[in-house]
Design a protein around this ligand. Sequence first.
Ligand SMILES: [Zn+2]
Length: 234
Amino acid sequence: MEELQNWLEDLLNLQETDSRLDRMKTLVADAPKQKKDAQDNLDAQQAAALAAKEEVRKVELEIKGFAAVIDSIDKRRLKLLEQSSSVKDNSTYRALLHEADSLQEQISDKETEELEVMEILDAKKAEFLGCKGKLEEAIGRVEQMMTDLDVRVKNCQAQMSTLEEKRSKEASLIDDEILSRYERIRVKKSTAIVELNEDKCGNCHLKLTTQEVKLAKNRVAHTSCGNCGVLIYR
Ligand SMILES: [Zn+2]
């Protein structure tokens, strides 16, 4: 009986070590992709911040354009007023004043338009600041994440060599036939041996036959679930 118990304990120890190794291998293997995803996300945020900055620049240029147009209209208006002061003829004088007034109206219209664009500028600036804030936060977060990930990968790699040694020792204790069966199952499933839950398989959760449950209870090596094929015990 003791011998029967040993195969089980040894196999469970091996499976525990293999599971830990699997988790570490996954972490190490996934690290480059995790880093790439984080970098891609950062690049996208950087591009968004640059695009928002460009939007601000465009609106600022538009406002400069307004200022130049208003300035040139005003120069024309002042020139008319200057001309009007030296005109003797009344109707010419009134015509010049009328033209100057209409230029003043044009200036007012342009100023109204300019105010509207200034409001747009405020909104664009707020948008840019939002993007910039998010980007700065993300840069800090990603840097920390990369550092943490590097440390975790290093720790895992160090632990993995210790675990590999532990695994060889544990595997050497197990009967060749059971070991090769265990390894064949583990290629397809992360769990090769499970405890029964009442009369159900702990892996596929389906009900087992009375015979299977009896063998599992007696801890007979090689007893497996007729549904999913994993080794079972109880
Ligand atoms: Zn099963």
